[in-house]
Every structure is written in C-alpha cells, then in structure tokens.
Design a protein around this ligand. Sequence first.
Ligand SMILES: Cc1cc2nc3c(=O)[nH]c(=O)nc-3n(C[C@H](O)[C@H](O)[C@H](O)COP(=O)(O)OP(=O)(O)OC[C@H]3O[C@@H](n4cnc5c(N)ncnc54)[C@H](O)[C@@H]3O)c2cc1C
Length: 335
Amino acid sequence: MQTYDIAIIGSGSAGTMAALRAVLNNDTCLLFSGTPQDKKRSRALWVKKVENMPAHFNYRRGIEDPNSEVLKWISESDFRQKLTHLKNIGVTKLEKKSDVFEIQDSKGAIHHARYVILCTGVMDVQPLIQQKIEPIFPYANAQAIDYCLRCDGHHIKGKVTAVIGHENSAAWVAIMLHERYGSPIHLCLHGEEAKIEAETQELLDLYGISVKAEAITNIFGDEKAGLLEAFEFSNGERLEVQMGFVSLGMIVYSDLAKTLGAELDERGFVKANATGLTSIEGFYVAGDVMAGVKKQIYTAWDTAVNAADAINQKLRAERRAKKLSAFRNLNAPKV
Ligand SMILES: Cc1cc2nc3c(=O)[nH]c(=O)nc-3n(C[C@H](O)[C@H](O)[C@H](O)COP(=O)(O)OP(=O)(O)OC[C@H]3O[C@@H](n4cnc5c(N)ncnc54)[C@H](O)[C@@H]3O)c2cc1C
C-alpha cells in the first residue's frame, strides 16, 4: 500500500490550497473532500458572493467555484500524478501508528500518510425558529441574513438590522455594525438570558440599540426574492427589519483531532504553532478549525501554505539526510 507524503482532510478553502501547495512542492498528496453530508454542514458550500477580497467578485459560489478550477487545473497539469483526490469521501477515523498516520475513510478503506493536515472547518450555529432551522434559509441564501461581520458586515449599510444572539460577543457585533455603518440596530436575545457585561450594555444604550428579549416566532418577507421585512416575537410584537445578522457561535469540526489526542482550546479549536503543527508530531491544522486565526478565506489559504511548506521542509530534510548518508558511504575511503 502506498504511503502518501501528506493526507489532507477537507477540501474547502484551506484543504484546496493545501493540496495546491503540496503538489507544487512535488509531494504526494491524498485529498479527502468529505461525504455529501460533510460538505452540507461545511461553510464552503454556503458561501455565495465574496466581496471582501480581490478576484472573487464574479463567482456565483465564492469558495466552491474557484476550488473546482484549482482541482481541475491540477488534474490536467504536470503534477497530476502527485494528487489522489477522493471526491465525496470523508475521514471517519485517524490514528498515529509509529511515524505513519492510519486513516479510515467513510467507505471503510484504510490509507497511510506520513503527515496530515486537518482542514475540516466550522459551522455557524443557526437560530431555531419554532424549533426549526428552515425558516432562516431563504433569507440566509439571499444574504439578507448574514453570519460573518468581516465578510458581509457592509451589507447592512442604510438598512435596519437585527442581530440575533445573547452573549457579549453578539452585543459587540451590534455595536461594531452601528459604529461602522451607522444603521439602526436591534439586538434579539431570541428568548435566551442576556450575558452582556455592564460596559457593553452602556454602549448599547449610547447607540440606541434596543434589546428584544422574546423569542422570534416568525420571519416575514418575500422568500423567493430573499427580501426580509420583519420578525415577529412570542409576545406578538412585530419588528420591521431589512437585514439580519446571526451571532450564536460556531460548531467546530475538531473531533478527529480530539480522538488523536491533540490539544484543543476551550471553544474546541485546535491549538497549533505558527506553521500549523499541533501537539501531535506530524499532525497539522489549517483554516477555520485552527485556534487563534481569523475565520476567512485568505487566512485559510495562508495557514494551509504554512503547513504544506513546513511539511515539505521536513520531507526534504529526511530525503537530503538519506542521500547524504548514501553519498558519504559511497565516497568513504576504502580500508
Ligand atoms: C455565509 C458565509 C459567508 C462567508 N463569506 C466570506 C467572505 O466573503 N470572505 C471570506 O474571506 N470568508 C467568508 N466566509 C468564511 C469562509 O467560508 C471560511 O473562512 C472558509 O470557508 C474556511 O475554510 P476551511 O477550509 O477552514 O473550511 P470550509 O471551507 O468550511 O471547508 C471544510 C471542508 O471540510 C470537509 N470536511 C468536514 N468534515 C470532514 C471529514 N470528516 N472528512 C473529510 N472532509 C471533511 C468539508 O466537506 C469541506 O470540504 C464566510 C462564511 C460564511 C458562513
């Protein structure tokens, strides 16, 4: 059985960039894209218009479309033998056996790799409207309800906006949106107990950000056009809004790292050094699943390149040492 230089788990922004860098470094690479279920619960699939970085404005699907182009290019390039791409296949088990990782895929097959880069990402927690997540989707798909301040905060310019969340971080999203764009903002606790610090509450008061305590029970608007009009609360109150922002935290897909024994932070993100190396030798992370980095496409790219290059440096050092040793044996004086 072949032992690949690198196995990459996940092919969103980080995984695709890791695969590109690995093959351009001339290392053999096994890429798992994830099962349809893995893809459905990843952020990559849901990202539409990307407006906060160059060269992405014309894509309909700002992550999936450029990633498909990259993988197609590799499959037609001089480096095509370097990449084995397992489409629609996920990883279910990861173990380290001496200096090789044993990887079990979603079809039960076993693979081996010297190094692993985990790029499984995160997902934003969705608000339940009358116990269902579906009511939010038509508006989220049309980006009338957004999740990422740095990616999509600018959509609220000139629009009455409701931020859904009850933690201090949600209150800060409301404050930052108001400070940046001057739009009228409401903070919807959605029936949860507020966990807002006194200083943060003072800023909400300063900016006239109203706090709605009741649960949202209905969303009104034109679902087909994705135009948001109002939220209705459990007390019957109706709030006219044109934009929504969800700030309920993230689900981190770090289970494989956890079972391997890698160190996680208190929120479940995988701790790593600047090259993406975790507490387990040979096991790297890149993209959203990594602790302490911006949750953005360009950060996913940068962390992926750091990991692939660090691994290549180790592989080259090993190969160099072997060649040097053989060279020295060959040239050793005969006695
Ligand atoms: C609505 C929305 C809009 C956004 N807009 C922007 C924007 O405009 N600009 C920007 O810079 N960022 C944006 N982001 C953030 C961006 O989506 C993420 O930062 C980026 O996708 C992170 O890349 P990643 O590779 O870490 O994770 P993802 O891109 O989410 O990819 C995760 C991958 O892991 C795979 N996977 C998961 N589990 C397994 C498994 N067990 N085995 C194998 N594969 C697995 C999935 O199939 C998927 O391929 C947005 C996010 C959201 C939610």
